[in-house]
Write a protein that binds this ligand. Structure first.
Ligand code: GRF
Length: 204
């Protein structure tokens, strides 16, 4: 059994979470999932994790009096589950320096654009409005700033003339489902070397 325990945070559908669970089942990631956390009770990710017997908890942001209380509850769940690596997989909440400080260089995020371009909640819409010819996805370490920390992996897709947000999102998502498990595998295998606050070297 790997020493690494993942805590996966989701807000919605959870397709990236499912790709990570599939990669663990297939033996491609040497880790276990300690807990799946959502900020909304209706998140499909929550129901799915429950259905496959993974500990899953909703920390309902709307029932917390403050962001601090919300994050303290998340951290308590992660600690309780013995989490060593936090995976943000479609988690649509900004986390404060308090949360990041609890897991320094131990939080990964996926973003559906080629950062530093098109950060924020509407990446595909912004890509189409700007008219870039390529887009893609980015896996990065989380720091105190949104969609900002050191980049681990990126991959690209073409943007087609007739793309809608939905068709572009679907093309990018296929790449996401390959890239996130690969980045987690590199992390748990100890192959990611953080050189400074921007640069990640992948050891061979
Ligand atoms: C993904 O496109 C991810 O990059 C973005 O939100 C979406 C979540 O999708 N942050 P899912 O919940 O993993 O299906």
């Amino acid at each position: 059994m790997s020493k690494h325990v993942l805590g996966i945070l989701c807000s919605g559908r959870g397709s990236n979470m499912q790709s990570i669970l599939a990669a663990i089942d297939a033996g491609q990631i040497n880790a276990q999932v300690g807990v799946v956390l959502t900020d909304k009770p209706e998140a499909k990710a929550l129901a799915y994790a429950q259905s496959v017997g993974i500990r899953s908890v909703c920390v309902n942001r709307k029932e917390c009096a403050s962001q601090q209380e919300f994050e303290e509850k998340l951290v308590a769940e992660l600690k309780e589950a013995g989490v060593t690596l936090v995976i943000l997989a479609g988690f649509m909440r900004i986390l404060s320096p308090y949360f990041v400080g609890e897991y320094p260089h131990k939080i990964l995020n996926i973003h559906p654009s080629l950062l530093p371009s098109f950060g924020g909640a509407h990446a595909h819409r912004d890509v189409l409005a700007y008219g870039t010819k390529v887009s893609g996805c980015t896996i990065h370490f989380v720091d105190e700033h949104m969609d900002h920390g050191p980049i681990i992996l990126q991959d690209t897709v073409p943007v087609m003339d007739d793309d809608t947000e939905e068709t572009l999102a679907a093309r990018v998502l296929q790449k996401e489902h390959i890239l996130y498990p690969r980045a987690i595998q590199l992390y748990v295998d100890g192959k990611l070397e953080l050189l400074d606050d921007r640069h990640v070297r992948i050891k061979q």
